[in-house]
Design a protein around this ligand. Structure first.
Ligand code: C2E
Ligand code: CA
Ligand code: CA
Length: 960
């Protein structure tokens, strides 16, 4: 597992984030701008509405004032009651008016009368003036402007009877009003009826005498008789007018609005408390914290709204303002948009980051996978190569099977009837059934109705027990003719070791069988008489011996020779001789028991085997009876003959234990009988053992041959087909017999084997061959491979390996130049043991070859297990290579098989240029044979090497 790489912010994600934040900021800023402007507009809207409300109240007040003044213009006298009735509804509609007054001018002269009249209605009434905020009786002045009517009374009691002109502000305003005839407002002052601190003001409007002509200021001054006034408490006025319109206070969700009203005309006044009618009187609004950013970005801060308007000659100014409000304190779209955009950017950046890191991860994965794939690919290529090799090997095997001269049958072990799955071309040649007629059937279809064969049981046994086996079977061809086969069956296992198939090799042995039965007769029966021959005799005698041995019975062996048979034969001719022999045979046969064996040894010699039986003991009487039977007169071609016989008897076990010995000794005894005058019988005695001595002499000769140095080694060169040079020799033994001359090995090797003499002889061969090989090397004749034949007896010899090692070390020949030839039968006799010995030999460093390859039973699987280097194709195949296509095919497949097992191939017995050409074409490595050279003596071979004899290029035709 790879460790996770440390987190790293990708450039793309970072960029996305930065751009996102920037866009968010721009979005925020523009939305804020918009919001700010909206707030400004909204605020101005609010402000205007409020100012309008105030203005409306004042306008209404003016109208009220004018209306009430109009009352005095319309009527010459207006009673107190009329005034009240008129004022009351007006006051109710305009609650911000503190009072409506009627001021009456009263001169100093009229004062006492007026006060007196008033006292009648209002006891204690007096014209008053203001002293420290309290009404006191007015000081004496020329004229008083007395508050005569005042509505509502309640709350305004203090002003009743008050001399309004005792205030300068009033007087000034009154003067202006009289002169213009228009309403005129006073400045701010403390109202008499005021108990608090708020300021008030009064708007006056003159009343002129009825009928007076008012052209200019003096005429107005002369005509004035009083005035009507509206009294306001400045703060109440504003509050109430706003209350009337419901504009006071801050309704929920609205911004805090402060309204300042100044009774000042100055556009840029130093706002002070004196001119402030209403409001907090706040100074310059506080500059909010902006962190260097434009204020509008963070705050809604509408500019104060101000408006000036004229009230009865006085200019008022209303300033509506609102404190800056942080944008977050209300639901700000810009904020949400900013947050949303920010979130979106972060999200997108995160997304980008995941995408980038995922694509990095994918890239990494792709890299890893590519690496893995590469190695898998390499494995695959190796695998394919290995498979190809196996396939080639398989193809070779397939071709070998197809080429085989014997029928190969593959059975499916899992099919219910072991159905045939494959047959090779030889199958059709042998059986006449084409493959498609055989496939799917049980192999037994070849047996037809002939199902009572012991071989069939064996085949069944093999399939049931999943083992190898061999059976001889009678089969029937498609045309119904019989043929015999040797069937070798073996299980084939699949990779899991389960038997999936059986392979059966079917050898057509019909010819052999026929030959066998002929041979059986030939070998066991005497052609002339039908009696047992020498072979059968040996068999029967052998059986009798083992039987006798078991039960402790003696056996008599009778050797009968007819006396003077030669004479009859010579005088009457062969035919008469034959008749006589047949007749004698019949007589002998009928004079013994059926179970006794009568054999003719050739010529006029007969041998009888008479085992003792419990019911009848052996006695010389039997011998006599037989001799008598033979001696009965016999007429041939008109001549009567009396045939006598000489009989020798040997007795088992005293005279011998083997058939040969018993027969030989009976023979010896018969000679003795002849010597003693014919027509008699003799029992064997040890003195008679002369012929046995003869055999011993041959044996002795052989034994002495080694001591006398009568053996010589001949060498036959082996030539490489590529270089055309001699690369090795095979050492072949010869016996230089003093009497018989040069004896070839076939004449004595078997005897040497039998007697065990082969062991010292073989040892000598190895020593001599090694010595000679080294000698050639010393003579500078090259480093030849020296092949030596090994017999079965030698192979079983315990100290074989030491013997070879000793020969090598004594001669000084390097082991790689020694090659030991073994036959298939030799190694196949006991495979496991053979492998052990071969390994030991191999360990010495010597080369191993299989001699006469192809003649014995060699399983490919075994061949693979043997550590061998060279295959020698047997002479018999090479011999027919150019005439018999089967042999040619076998040679070809042996060569390719050997090469597939990395073995060298030598063809033996190459006698013709055709054979050589064929072998060369099929890539045989080396050849040996009369074509190049017969086996020759060491000296001759030395000369050959010196001369540098090699295969001629022109001789090999296509060679080189
Ligand atoms: P082998 O091992 O197969 O030896 C080859 C035989 O083929 C030799 O016969 C050789 O003379 C003969 N030969 C070579 N080229 C040709 C050819 O072109 N045509 C024909 N028709 N024959 C050719 P040889 O020397 O008579 O030996 C016969 C067998 O005796 C050998 O057969 C081998 O099995 C045995 N033998 C020979 N020397 C020894 C030995 O030292 N020890 C043992 N144990 N056996 C030996
Ligand atoms: Ca040989
Ligand atoms: Ca051979």
């Amino acid at each position: 597992m790879r460790s996770r790489p440390p987190f790293s912010l990708s450039m793309a994600a970072l960029l996305t984030l930065v751009v996102g934040v920037l866009i968010s900021a721009i979005l925020f800023a523009s939305l804020r701008r918009l919001e700010h402007d909206n707030a400004d507009i909204a605020f101005r809207q609010h402000a205007k509405i409020r100012v309008a409300a105030i203005q409306k109240s004042l306008d209404n007040s003016m109208r009220v004032l004018k209306d009430i003044n109009q009352l005095f213009v319309a009527f010459e006298t207006v009673s107190r009651e009329q005034f009240r009735l008129f004022a009351e509804p007006l006051l109710a509609r305009n609650p911000y008016i503190q009072a409506l007054n009627y001021h009456r001018f009263v001169s100093q002269q009229e004062r006492p009368a007026y006060e007196a009249t008033m006292r009648e209605q209002f006891p204690g009434f007096a014209i008053t003036e203001n002293q420290d905020g309290k009404p006191v009786p007015a000081r004496i002045r020329d004229r008083y402007r007395v508050v005569d009517y005042i509505e509502p009374k309640q709350g305004n009691e203090a002003a009743f009877g008050f001399d309004a002109d005792s205030y300068d502000v009033q007087t000034q305003a009154m003067q202006r009003a009289i002169d213009t005839g228009e309403p005129s407002a006073t400045g701010l002052f403390q109202l008499l009826q005021e108990s608090g601190t708020q300021q008030g003001f009064v708007v006056l409007m003159p009343i002129y005498r009825h009928g007076a002509v008012l052209t200019d200021a003096p005429s107005r001054r002369a005509a004035v008789i009083g005035d009507t006034a509206a009294v306001f408490r400045s703060s109440d006025l504003i509050v109430k007018s706003l209350v009337t319109e419901n504009f006071l206070g801050t309704p929920e969700g609205e911004r805090n609005i402060s309204i300042n009203v100044y009774a000042s005309a100055m556009l840029n006044p130093v706002w002070n408390e004196q001119s402030l009618i209403f409001g907090g009187g706040a100074a310059e609004p506080v500059k909010p914290l902006t962190f260097g950013l434009p204020t509008w970005l963070l705050y809604d801060q509408p500019a104060p709204y101000q408006q000036a308007f004229d009230i009865a000659g006085k200019t008022w100014r209303v300033v509506v303002s609102t404190p800056p409000v942080l944008f977050t304190s209300q639901s700000s779209n810009a904020m949400w948009a900013f947050l949303a955009a920010l979130l979106f950017s972060i999200g997108t950046a995160a997304c980008m980051q995941t995408m980038v890191s995922r694509s990095r991860r994918i890239q990494r994965l792709v890299d890893e996978r590519t690496l893995q794939l590469r190695s898998v690919n390499e494995d695959l290529i190796a695998d394919i190569a290995a498979r190809k090799r196996t396939e080639q090997a398989l193809q070779l095997r397939e071709r070998a099977i197809e080429a085989s001269t014997n029928a190969i049958i593959i059975l499916n072990a899992n099919a219910p009837n072991y159905a045939i799955e494959y047959v090779n071309p030889a199958f059709e040649r042998i059986t006449g059934y084409p493959a498609d007629e055989a496939i799917g059937r049980h192999i037994g279809f070849l047996w037809g109705k002939d199902s009572d064969q012991s071989g069939i049981e064996e085949v069944r046994g093999c399939t049931l027990e999943q083992r190898e086996g061999h059976a001889v079977l009678r089969n029937y061809r498609k045309d119904g003719t019989l043929f015999w086969s040797d069937l070798y069956i073996a299980p084939v296992r699949d990779d899991t070791g389960k038997v999936s198939h059986y392979v059966a090799a079917q050898y057509d042995i019909t010819a052999t069988k026929r030959y066998e039965s002929e041979l059986e007769f030939q070998t066991n029966r005497d052609a002339l008489t039908g009696l047992a021959n020498r072979n059968l005799l040996r068999d029967r005698l052998g059986q009798a011996i083992s039987y006798a041995h078991r039960y402790g019975h003696p056996i008599w062996v009778l050797f009968i020779d007819l006396d003077r048979f030669k004479f009859i034969n010579d005088s009457l001719g062969h035919q008469a001789g034959d008749v006589l022999l047949k007749a004698v045979a019949n007589r002998i046969q009928s004079s013994v028991r059926d179970t006794d064996t009568v054999a003719r040894m050739g010529g006029d010699e007969f041998v009888l085997v008479l085992p003792e039986r419990t019911d009848a003991g052996l006695s010389t009487g039997i011998v006599r009876r037989i001799m008598d039977a033979i001696a009965q007169p016999l007429t041939i071609e008109g001549h009567e003959f009396f045939i006598s016989s000489s009989v020798g008897v040997s007795v088992y076990p005293s005279d011998g234990l083997s058939p040969e010995e018993l027969i030989k000794h009976a023979d010896v005894a018969m000679y003795r009988a002849k010597e003693t005058g014919r027509n008699n019988f003799q029992f064997y005695t040890s003195e008679m053992n002369e012929r046995a001595l003869e055999r011993l002499r041959i044996e002795g000769d052989l034994r002495n041959a080694l001591e006398r140095g009568e053996f010589v080694l001949y060498y036959q060169p082996q030539v490489d087909l590529r270089t055309r040079e001699i690369v090795g020799v095979e050492a072949l033994i010869r016996w230089q017999h003093p009497e018989f001359g040069m004896v070839p090995p076939i004449r004595f090797i078997a005897l040497a084997e039998e007697t065990g003499l082969i062991v010292p002889i073989g040892a000598w061969v190895i020593q001599e061959a090694c010595r000679q090989g080294k000698q050639w090397q010393r003579d500078g004749l090259g480093h030849l491979r020296m092949s030596v034949n090994l017999s079965a007896r030698q192979f079983c010899q315990k100290d074989l390996v030491e013997c070879v090692a000793a020969a090598l070390s004594e001669s000084g020949l390097s082991p790689e130049y020694l090659e030991i030839e073994l036959t298939e039968s030799l190694v196949m006799a006991d495979v496991e043991n053979a492998i052990g010995i071969l390994r030991e030999l191999k360990a010495l460093g010597v080369k191993l070859s299989i001699d006469d390859f192809g003649t014995g039973y060699s399983s490919l699987s075994y061949l693979k297990r043997f550590p061998i280097d060279v295959l020698k194709i047997d002479r018999s195949f090479v011999n027919d290579i150019t005439i018999d296509p089967d042999d040619a095919a076998i040679v070809t497949s042996i060569i390719s098989l050997a090469h597939s097992l990395r073995l060298q191939v030598i063809a033996e017995g190459v006698e013709t240029i055709e054979q050589l050409t064929y072998l060369r074409r099929h890539e045989c490595d080396q050849i040996q044979g009369y074509f190049f050279s017969r086996p020759i003596q060491a000296e001759a071979l030395g000369r050959m090497l010196k001369e540098g004899k090699r295969l001629q290029a022109e001789m090999t035709g296509t060679l080189i």
